[in-house]
Design a protein around this ligand. Structure first.
Ligand code: AMP
Length: 182
């Protein structure tokens, strides 16, 4: 949201920025400092929950930091939690969706029977950058029969265009704070 950075300035101040991680030129937005602050973490979850739009059956959290916020949000909204995991982690039969990284590709997976057809899913991750990860999660969930209408992020980097991609795909995007640049 355009004015989210101002409205949630208290939360933005709890996000630590580590330059040049994992490689030169990247400003890593580190939410571990936010998680260490009980009031900040609680406020993050409450404000994300307040942005949830309409009835949902489950939250889908993206590994790994999406699990932290996704799990807390699932409790807050009394919804189930679907784990969208990196390749090779889930023990049961999986569905899989590839996505491109800067160098090479990766996959997201979920259990093939994690959700019933038509389940209304709210997608959650800590940070939205180019949207490659979130879009792969949307394809994966829709391929499994889910209805994915909304995504929530603690942080959006709007200059990287992820929110625009998700909205084009019919998924609304809300976030608590924004950082300019990448
Ligand atoms: P993307 O697929 O480009 O939207 O990247 C989103 C995923 O990568 C999320 O799961 C984030 O946790 C992680 N990520 C990307 N860029 C950053 C960044 N600058 N700081 C922290 N995490 C990031």
């Amino acid at each position: 949201m355009a004015d989210g950075a101002d409205r949630n300035g208290d939360l933005k101040a709890l996000v630590r920025t580590i330059p040049d991680f994992p490689k030169p030129g990247i400003q890593f937005r580190d939410i571990t400092t936010l998680l260490l602050d009980p009031a900040g973490f609680a406020a993050s979850v409450e404000r994300l929950a307040a942005m949830a739009d309409g009835p949902i059956d489950a939250i889908a959290g993206i590994e790994a930091r999406g699990f932290v916020f996704g799990a807390a949000l699932a409790r807050e909204l009394n919804a189930g939690l679907v784990l969208v995991r990196k390749r090779g982690k889930l023990p049961g039969k999986t569905l899989s969706e590839d996505y491109l990284l800067e160098y090479g590709s990766d996959s997201l997976e979920m259990h093939h029977d994690a959700i019933p057809q038509g389940a209304r899913i709210l997608l959650v991750d800590d940070l939205l950058a180019t949207g490659g990860t979130a879009m792969a999660a949307v394809r994966l969930l829709r391929g499994a029969g889910a209805v994915v209408g909304q995504s929530l992020f603690v942080i959006d980097l709007p200059d990287l265009g992820g929110a625009a991609k998700l909205r084009e795909a019919g998924v609304s995007v809300d976030s608590l704070v924004e950082f300019e640049g990448d």
